[in-house]
Design a protein around this ligand. Structure first.
Ligand code: PBG
Ligand code: ZN
Length: 321
């Protein structure tokens, strides 16, 4: 059948009928809000490339979390920026480390579900995601530190851990360490499909984690690869991941869809810092309608297959919904 029998515009004629035939709906239920914790009190430093996003001391993190909870957002993901960095990233697994303190405070004062980013780059003086041996990130010795970090986060009360380092075998290593320490109920959200991306630029300002030398291409994925994404996802599922993440999101919508179709785990998409900054910048220049583009972007990620979206727009989008 075709024109004039078929007239697609009949179902677009007003907001009510558009609402009735809408295929994808966003809800705050699927948002995860990232937060950056720093030492001190009453600290709230805006990230210059990410308007509306701050490094915050634990007191302000708790305040922010109360607001997040009121908006109906169920979860936050915490990143820690320690005062002191060293070669082994020891701040990552210190029981009084910055993330550990933030987790305890948020769990004590709110009902939020708390996820922690498990990686070493915020804690190492060289800014790489693992231990450096002979000028390169050493996979297997890094695993031991990631195990300590994940257990330490769980001990502080983290509900879920999210390894973002891209070392081989880390999901299994972390699963074993959590189980041995009585945390068999703590799920792992794996940054399984994480590309070496220019879109992380503003985050590295927020987390003070720009590598002092080289780049992350020897452990993060080549943006040109699609089949490798399915291999990475399958590998992490075998190792015991509970949720698979694709990161970044915007330039990788095809990957979100393929990962979603290839497995039966929940899929998370990380709407990363550079994706946030681009929209904020264009909006400041008066070139786009910010709220509209934010909702369109998040809807696109959900339509692509994301069951949950980690996004700096979580509060803004929840208010718009
Ligand atoms: C740490 C980590 C990064 C991001 C999340 N965890 C940066 C990186 O790998 O360089 C990026 C998040 C963002 O850009 O919003 N491994
Ligand atoms: Zn890292």
């Amino acid at each position: 059948m075709e024109f004039p029998i078929v007239r697609s515009r009949r179902l677009r004629s007003g907001e009510t009928i558009r609402r009735m035939v809408r295929e994808t709906r966003l809800s705050p239920d699927e948002f995860i809000y990232p937060l950056f914790a720093v030492e001190g009190a009453s600290v709230k430093n805006e990230i210059s490339s990410m308007p509306g996003v701050y490094q915050m001391s634990v007191d302000n993190i708790v305040e922010e979390c109360r607001e997040v909870e009121k908006l109906g957002i169920p979860a936050v993901i915490l990143f820690g920026i320690p005062d002191h960095k060293d070669g082994e990233g020891s701040g990552a697994y210190a029981s009084d480390g910055i993330v550990q303190k933030a987790v305890r405070a948020v769990k004590e004062n709110t009902g939020l579900y708390v996820i922690t980013d498990v990686c070493l780059c915020e804690y190492t003086d060289h800014g790489h995601c693992g231990v450096i041996i002979d000028g390169d990130v050493d996979n297997d010795s890094t695993l031991e530190l990631l195990q300590k970090e994940a257990v330490s986060h769980a001990e502080a009360g983290a509900d879920m851990v999210a390894p973002s380092d891209m070392m081989d075998g880390r999901v299994m290593a972390i699963r074993e360490a959590l189980d041995e320490n009585g945390f068999d109920g703590v799920p792992i959200m794996s940054y399984a499909v994480k590309y070496a991306s220019g879109y992380y630029g503003p985050f590295r300002e927020a987390a003070e984690s720009t590598p002092a030398f080289g780049d992350r291409r020897s452990y993060q994925m080549d943006p040109a690869n699609r089949r490798e994404a399915l291999k990475e996802a399958a590998q992490d599922i075998n190792e015991g991941a509970d949720i698979i993440m694709v990161k970044p999101a915007l330039a990788y919508m095809d990957i979100i869809r393929e990962v979603k179709d290839s497995c039966d785990l929940p899929v998370a998409a990380y709407n990363v810092s550079g994706e946030y900054s681009m929209i904020k910048a264009a909006s400041r220049l008066g070139w786009i309608d910010e709220d509209r583009v934010v909702m369109e972007t998040l809807t696109g990620m959900k339509r692509a297959g994301a069951d949950m979206i980690i996004t700096y727009f979580a509060k803004q989008a929840a208010m718009l919904l």
